[in-house]
Design a binder for this molecule. Structure first.
Ligand code: SAM
Length: 271
């Protein structure tokens, strides 16, 4: 696929295209988490890429099976909280197979502009094809959230669903998300979070035993789903992520716990 597919008016052409010019962690200075493993910073993106390239074909099916369909409700809630209006400009980061982009495109209508973006080509191809089948194709770009190829103050809404925990430099990614928002724009971060304490043993059993087993059965890949469980545990909890968003310059940050904190939706504004 072309790295960028553009239908609507958008940022200047020279900002588009293959992704944002390299990653910022190439000069590795230390380790970072890849699930429970500590890996050189420069290795994480490659390993995350391996995970999503491996699961891309059956990603949607696995989402439904793993969450018993709940991910659809979590995403529907995100769309509702985002409150997109006709004609708005929206950037969906780590958009994968396009669940949020598809819903946003319906809301903003033909005068709006919704970018589906992801660092992973295999995921993005699935998303692009799905939007094409739905008659909702719009601009698509393969890009790294840590180095977004968009101008300052451009979008009304930036969203990222289940993507942030895979990023090597989350603070850098959040700073980039704020940069491309227009003043008054809002950032929505939907991500796994810290479950209600009494449910932890059941949740742990499900995550570390059932998920890899399902991964093995459905995509013949237990490791990718073991990574999923581990990466959830390593991800900042609700309050920590709220603090990170404030640190990145977002204002009025709040969050909603969904399914007792299995997932949280954080929202912040660029003032
Ligand atoms: C679990 S999927 C989420 C896909 C979609 N947002 C959803 O909710 O179904 C995580 C996505 O994050 C993407 N990703 C990981 N690191 C990224 C980065 N640095 N920049 C952009 N996307 C990234 C992966 O390629 C993958 O498609």
């Amino acid at each position: 696929m072309p790295e960028t597919h553009k239908q609507n008016a958008g940022p200047p052409q020279d900002l588009l295209g293959p992704l944002g010019g390299g990653r910022s962690e190439t000069a590795a200075t230390g380790g970072t988490h890849f699930g429970f493993e500590t890996v050189p910073e420069g290795d994480k993106a490659r390993r995350v890429k391996g995970v999503f390239s491996s699961v891309a074909d059956k990603y949607d099916l696995m989402n439904d099976v793993m969450s018993a369909g709940l991910h659809r409700l979590w995403k529907a809630f995100t769309i509702q909280v985002a409150g997109a209006r006709s004609g708005e400009r929206i950037l969906d980061i780590a958009g994968g197979t396009g669940d949020l982009a598809s819903a946003f495109r319906k809301q903003v209508g033909p005068t709006g502009e919704v970018w589906l973006t992801d660092i992973n080509n295999a995921m993005l191809v699935r998303g692009r094809d799905r939007l094409l089948d739905e008659g909702r194709l719009g601009p698509v770009a393969q890009c790294d959230a840590e180095k977004l190829p968009f101008p300052n103050d451009y979008f009304d809404i930036v969203s990222v669903a289940f993507g942030l925990r895979n990023m090597t430099h989350k603070e850098q990614a959040l700073t980039e998300m704020r940069r491309v928002l227009r003043p008054g724009g809002r950032l929505l971060v939907l991500e796994f979070s810290r479950v209600w304490e009494p449910l932890t043993p059941v949740y742990d059993f499900y995550s570390f035993k059932v998920l890899p087993w399902l991964g093995k059965k459905i995509v013949d890949d237990a490791d990718s789903y073991r990574y999923l469980a581990e990466s959830i545990r390593m991800h900042p909890d609700q309050e920590t992520l709220k603090g990170m968003m404030e640190q990145a310059g977002l204002s009025r940050v709040d969050y909603f716990n969904l399914t007792t904190g299995v997932v949280a939706l954080h929202r912040g504004y660029k003032i």
